[in-house]
Design a protein around this ligand. Structure first.
Ligand code: NAD
Length: 333
């Protein structure tokens, strides 16, 4: 068959180092799907990127038809089927939140425009680089000829963290837990919600609250652990999550490509237009979605209690403020 053309940006970085191998060996697009991998990074990283290309070649993988390293957007974004935008401006010491946002608006405005100009109109765009939600919104706004629904940002790592914390608590495997939800921003205001999650305990499917029988843990430490997991990994490893982030990206893109399993939903940051959960329109907010034929839909009709409502509103408020600042920068970027 025709190869799928996949761009990874930040390709010389640490997430990409795990991610590229998984994609190239068929974890995402299937074991029979040939691939062209396009690798974008900034000019000073080109020698490092050459090393990554050498290693990909040395993996001797049957699906990998071509690897194209570049520091040029017009090369990177050409004819893409999938764009995984991992590279972004990292926070440096002494940098204000606003400065960081400004630098990233510039990057994602430019990459959005390049998507608009060079990529296929069917391209699926996944934003990982932080602040992921707002970067994704900016990229989408800068690519008016590509449907907004083709853009999503990664909250699957948070989703997987929530799933795994529940599994660990119950002594089951992560696969026995389904339908956790991450609402909102991929930041510490995110709301990991297990009110609708199910766990398989000895062959029987039960609600997570019923299975765990510890509401104060579920409403307290569980939420905090998931919200602060990224910081805990940095503290321990002196580097941010990379292996788990790469795995989450694979889960996210594979579900876009092949759909979600029957009876299961996943979390991803998508445009909030038309949602039934009272989240303001035109926000890039993480929701529970199901995916079929490469198209996501909101999971509708989940009852929301007061505890959840408050937390969903809080993260929406943070995202609204972040968006307003970013949009201000957009015209001057
Ligand atoms: N959404 C999530 O769940 C999640 C999880 C983990 C990390 N992240 C974010 O992912 C990003 C990458 O993480 P990492 O650990 O791989 O970082 P890293 O610093 O190891 O790598 C980032 C790479 O991006 C490159 N880059 C910077 N600006 C670029 C641009 N304009 N175009 C192309 N490449 C560019 C850098 O040169 C670097 O090689 C960070 O922003 C991190 O915060 C998000």
């Amino acid at each position: 068959g025709e190869p799928v053309r996949v761009l990874v940006t930040g390709a010389a970085g640490q997430i990409a180092y795990s991610l590229l191998y998984s994609i190239a060996k068929g974890d995402v697009f299937g074991k029979d799907q040939p691939l062209v991998l396009v690798l974008l990074d900034i000019t000073p990283m080109m020698t490092v990127l050459e090393g990554v290309v050498m290693e990909l070649q040395d993996c001797a993988l049957p699906l990998l038809r071509e690897v194209i390293p570049t520091d040029k957007e017009e090369v990177a974004f050409k004819d893409l089927d999938v764009a995984i935008l991992v590279g972004s401006m990292p926070r440096r010491e002494g940098m204000e939140r606003k400065d960081l946002l400004k630098a990233n608006v510039k990057i994602f405005k430019s990459q959005g425009a390049a998507l608009d100009k060079y990529a296929k109109k069917t391209v699926k765009v996944v934003v990982v680089g932080n602040p992921a939600n707002t970067n994704c919104l900016i990229a989408s706004k800068s690519a008016p000829s590509i449907p907004k629904e083709n853009f999503s940002c990664l909250t699957r790592l948070d989703h997987n963290r929530a799933k795994s914390q529940i599994a660990l608590k119950l002594g089951v495997t992560a696969n026995d837990v389904k339908n956790v939800i991450i609402w909102g921003n991929h930041s510490s205001t995110q709301y990991p919600d297990v009110n609708h999650a199910k766990v398989n305990v000895k062959g029987k499917e039960v609600g997570v609250y019923e299975a765990i029988k510890d509401d104060s843990w579920l409403k307290g430490d569980f939420i905090l652990t998931v919200q602060q997991r990224g910081a805990a990994v940095i503290k321990a490893r002196k580097l941010s999550s990379a292996m788990s982030a790469a795995k989450a990206i694979c889960d996210h893109v594979r579900d876009i490509w092949f759909g979600t399993p029957a009876g299961e939903f996943v979390s991803m940051g998508v445009i909030s237009d038309g949602n039934s959960y009272g989240v303001p329109e035109d926000l890039l907010y993480s929701f529970p979605v199901v995916i079929k034929d490469k198209t996501w839909k909101f999971v509708e009709g989940l009852p929301i209690n007061d505890f959840s409502r408050e937390k969903m509103d809080l993260t929406a408020k943070e995202l609204t403020e972040e968006k307003e600042t970013a949009v201000e920068f957009l015209s001057s970027a």
